[in-house]
Design a protein around this ligand. Structure first.
Ligand SMILES: O=C(O)C1=C[C@@H](OP(=O)(O)O)[C@@H](O)[C@H](O)C1
Ligand SMILES: C=C(OP(=O)(O)O)C(=O)O
Length: 690
C-alpha cells in the first residue's frame, strides 16, 4: 500500500494484463457477522483484508468470537467460531467501527437485539452518516439505543432490549437514505424469530436495492430463507435459526472491478495484434474473481460501461475488457443513466465521462451525499480541476469533458478520505494531454482495496520517458543512499541503489574465487547479467533468497565494488539491469553515474557532496554504531583514494551531470537534505499551478 502524502501518476498510455481482485467488502462483512451469529465454526475463503473488515473482525473478537488466525493471511482461510445467537448477560464493549457502514449499521442492529452495554464509535465522518432510520426501526421492537452525540447519528449507546411490547405489527423502516438499514434488520431479526414470523416493511423508495439481494443470498446460505414480497415486505419465518454453512467463499469485489473495467475501456490496446487476447485484436484487461455469476449488484456496471463503448466479455468469475474501435466505442459515448442500482461503481462512470463524446448525466444518486464524503460535491470539485464542466444537483451530476486536449489541466486530486475518489481519479492519468495526475492521501484506498495502486501499476504501461527518475549522484559516504531511500519513500517511488549492484557483483565474483581485474572482465560481466538482485522496501538487498545487506556493506565490499565498476564490460552488463528499475510510478536512483550515463534524461539530477573530513566522520560513526571498529584517518585516506579512482576512471567517471543541482550536505541534517530534494522535485511539477 502507498502510505505517502500523495502519489503522482505519470500520464499512462496502455493497459493490458490480468488482475486478481480482493474480496468483496459487502460480502466479507456480512459473512463475518453471519458466521459470528451462528453456532459452530465457519471457514471463510478469500475474505477481504482492509480497514472495513479489520474493524468488523476486531469488534467480533471483542464480543467473544474465536477468530483464527489473528489476521487475514493471503491464500489462507479464516475461521470464525460464532456465539450461537447469544451473548453473556454482562456483555459490554466499546466498539470502534471506523467509517465502515457495513460494520456500524449491521452490528448496531445485532447488538441492540442481543442486548448488553455497548458503545458504537467510529471516525468523525461516521458521526455525520445517518443511522436514525435504523434506530427508529429497532426501537419499534423494544431495543434501547441512545445517541451519544447528534440525534440521528453515531456514536450510539446500546442497552438491554425490552421485547414485552413487541407484537405482531410489521417493523417499518425507511429505505430511501441507505439500504444498509434494511440489510441490518434482515440480519438481526432472525435472532428474534423463534416463535413467530417477523415482517419488515419498507417505507418509501428502497435505494441501492441490489445490496438487499446480496443480504438475502447470504442469509439463505446461513439457513435463513426470507420471503421477499416485491421489495416492499420481507418476512423472516418463525423458527429461523442461523446455521453455519461450514465453509464459504467470498467473491472478488464488483465495485473494485469497476476501475479495471473502466481502465480496459479507456486505455489504448496493444498495437501487437498477433499477440492479441480477444476478438477485437487488441490487448485487454482480464479481471479474475468476479464475473457473470456474481451476486453483487455492481456487476451491472458492465452494462453501463458497454453503453459507453467498452467491449466486455464475461465468464462465471472473470471479465475481459477492451476499448472499442475508433468511432464505435472510442471516444466513449456520453450516457444519461439512473445509477441508483450501482451507487458505488457509478463514481467510476463520472471519471469515464471525461473521455466521452458529450455530456454524461448520472441520476438518482442522492445517497452519494451521505457516504464517505459528500460524493456529489467532491466529484464535481475534482472533475472541474481537470478541466471538465460539471453541474451538480441534489441527486445528480452532469459532466462535460474538457473541450479539447489543451483544456485538460494537471490536477492534484483531493481525496476526502474516500477510497473511491482516489481509485476512480487514477483513471484521469489516461488524459490525451498526457498530463500527470496527483492523488492526495493515496492510503485512503485501505478502506476496501489497500493494494489498489500496485494492482493498477501491474497492468498499466507508459512510455519510458514519462516515468520520472530522480538521480542522486555523489562521492562515497556523501549520504546519497540514505537520502535516496528517504526521497523514494516520500514519493512512493522505486529505489535503485546502483552502488549496491557493483557491491553485489564484487561479492558474487569474489565468492566465485575470481580476481577482480581485467583478466576476468568477461566472466564477471556474464555473471552480473544473471544475478537475481532485489531491493525491498526495508532497504534490504537480496541475492536470490539470501539477504546480503550486511555482507555488501563492509569496507572490503566497497573496495571490491570500486574495482569491478572500473571494468567496462561489467558496467555495460549492469546498464540494462539498472534501466529495468525505471518502473511505475517512478524511480529514485542513487549512484555515481545515474545522471551522466544511465538516466541522462532524468527530470531531476542532484549531485550530493560533503567535505572528505565530514564524510569520513559520518562513515566512522556509522561503522562504530554497527559495532565495527574503525579509524578516522584510515577511513579518510581510503575515501580520498576512492574519490580519486572514481573521478579518474575512463568509463563514466564520477562528476556532476551538467544539468545537476549541487547540494553540499556538510552542514545539513538528513531531513534538511531530503526536504531540499523534495522541494526541487515539487518545483518541477505542474500541479496546482494557476
Ligand atoms: O450494503 C452494503 O454492503 C452497501 C450498500 C450501499 O450503501 P447504501 O445502501 O447506503 O447506498 C453501498 O454504497 C455500500 O458501499 C455497501
Ligand atoms: C459507501 C461505501 O461504504 P460503506 O460500506 O461504509 O457505506 C463505499 O464503500 O463506497
Amino acid at each position: 500500500m502507498f502510505t505517502t502524502e500523495f502519489l503522482d501518476l505519470p500520464a499512462l498510455d496502455t493497459a493490458h494484463g490480468t488482475v486478481s481482485l480482493p474480496g468483496s467488502k459487502s460480502i466479507s462483512n456480512r459473512v463475518l457477522l453471519l458466521a459470528a451469529l451462528s453456532q459452530g465454526t465457519t471457514v471463510i475463503h478469500d475474505l477481504l483484508d482492509s480497514d472495513d473488515t479489520r474493524v468488523m473482525l476486531a469488534a467480533l473478537r471483542q464480543l467473544g468470537c474465536r477468530i483464527a488466525p489473528d489476521a487475514v493471511v493471503p491464500g489462507q482461510a479464516i475461521e470464525v467460531t460464532g456465539i450461537g445467537g447469544q451473548l453473556p448477560a454482562d456483555a459490554a464493549a466499546t466498539l470502534f467501527l471506523g467509517n465502515a457502514g457495513t460494520a456500524m449499521r449491521p452490528l448496531t442492529a445485532a447488538l441492540a437485539v442481543l442486548g448488553g452495554s455497548f458503545e458504537m464509535t467510529g471516525v468523525p465522518r461516521m458521526y455525520e452518516r445517518p443511522i436514525g432510520d435504523l434506530v427508529d426501526a429497532l426501537r419499534q421492537l423494544g431495543c434501547r439505543i441512545a445517541y451519544l452525540g447528534n440525534e440521528g447519528f453515531p456514536p450510539l449507546k446500546i442497552g438491554r432490549p425490552d421485547f414485552s411490547r413487541f407484537g405482531q405489527a410489521p417493523i417499518q423502516v425507511r429505505g430511501d437514505v441507505s439500504s444498509q438499514f434494511l440489510t441490518s434488520l434482515l440480519m438481526a431479526l432472525p435472532l428474534q424469530a423463534g416463535s413467530r414470523d417477523i415482517v419488515i416493511e419498507v417505507v418509501g423508495e428502497l435505494i441501492s436495492r441490489p445490496y438487499i439481494h446480496i443480504t438475502l443470498e447470504l442469509l439463505a446460505r446461513f439457513g435463513i430463507a426470507v420471503k421477499n414480497e416485491n421489495w416492499q415486505r420481507f418476512v423472516i419465518p418463525a423458527g429461523s435459526r442461523y446455521r453455519s454453512p461450514g465453509e464459504i467463499h467470498v467473491e472478488a469485489d464488483a465495485s473494485s472491478a469497476s476501475y479495471f473495467i473502466a481502465l480496459g475501456a479507456i486505455a489504448t490496446g496493444m498495437a501487437d495484434t498477433a499477440d492479441a487476447d480477444n476478438a477485437t485484436g487488441r490487448k485487454s484487461i482480464r479481471i479474475l474473481g468476479v464475473g457473470r455469476d456474481s451476486i453483487q449488484g455492481d456487476i451491472r456496471f458492465v452494462e453501463a460501461a458497454r453503453a459507453m463503448g467498452a467491449q466486455v466479455e464475461s465468464g462465471p468469475n472473470w471479465l475481459q475488457v477492451a476499448r472499442g474501435e475508433p468511432g464505435q466505442g472510442w471516444p466513449l459515448k456520453a450516457i444519461d443513466l439512473d445509477c441508483n442500482h450501482i451507487p458505488d461503481a457509478a463514481m467510476t462512470l463520472a471519471v469515464m465521462a471525461l473521455y466521452a463524446d458529450g455530456t454524461t448525466t448520472l441520476r438518482n444518486i442522492a445517497s452519494w451525499r451521505v457516504k464517505e464524503t459528500d460524493r456529489i460535491a467532491a466529484m464535481a470539485i475534482e472533475l472541474r480541476k481537470l478541466g471538465a464542466t460539471v453541474e451538480e444537483g441534489p441527486d445528480y451530476i452532469r459532466i462535460t469533458p474538457p473541450a479539447s486536449r489543451a483544456d485538460w489541466k494537471a490536477a492534484s486530486i483531493h481525496t476526502y478520505d474516500d477510497h473511491r475518489v482516489a481509485m476512480c481519479f487514477s483513471l484521469a492519468a489516461f488524459n490525451p494531454a498526457k498530463l500527470p495526475v496527483r492523488i492526495e492521501d493515496p492510503k485512503c484506498v485501505a478502506k476496501t482495496f489497500p493494494d489498489y495502486f500496485e494492482a493498477l501499476f501491474s497492468v498499466c504501461q507508459t512510455e519510458r520517458e514519462r516515468i520520472p527518475v530522480i538521480c542522486i549522484d555523489g562521492p562515497t559516504a556523501s549520504g546519497k543512499g540514505t537520502i535516496a531511500a528517504e526521497v523514494a519513500r516520500a514519493l512512493g517511488y522505486q529505489l535503485l541503489d546502483s552502488g549496491a549492484l557493483y557491491r553485489i557483483t564484487g561479492l558474487a565474483a569474489s565468492r566465485a574465487g575470481l580476481a577482480l581485474d581485467e583478466s576476468n572482465e568477461e566472466t564477471i560481466a556474464e555473471m552480473a547479467l544473471d544475478m537475481p538482485v532485489r531491493f525491498d522496501a526495508q532497504q534490504r538487498v537480496w541475492l536470490g533468497d539470501e539477504d546480503i545487506s550486511l555482507a555488501i556493506r563492509s569496507e572490503q565490499a566497497g573496495m571490491n565494488a570500486s574495482r569491478v565498476s572500473a571494468l567496462p564490460a561489467v558496467r555495460s552488463a549492469l546498464v540494462d539491469l539498472q534501466l529495468a528499475f525505471q518502473t511505475l510510478p517512478g524511480l529514485v536512483a542513487d549512484g555515481r553515474d545515474m545522471g551522466t550515463v544511465i538516466f541522462p534524461h532524468a527530470p531531476l539530477k542532484v549531485y550530493l557532496s560533503a567535505s572528505a573530513q565530514c564524510r569520513a566522520e559520518r562513515r566512522y560513526k556509522q561503522l562504530i554504531s554497527k559495532g565495527i571498529s574503525a579509524n578516522i584517518s584510515t577511513l579518510l585516506a581510503d575515501l580520498e583514494a576512492r574519490d580519486a579512482r572514481d573521478m579518474q576512471r575512463a568509463t563514466a567517471p564520477l562528476k556532476p551531470a551538467e544539468d545537476a543541482l549541487l547540494l553540499d550536505s556538510s552542514e545539513l541534517t538528513i531531513e534538511q537534505v531530503v526536504a531540499q530534494v523534495l522541494s526541487w522535485w515539487q518545483e518541477r511539477q505542474p500541479f496546482g499551478r494557476a
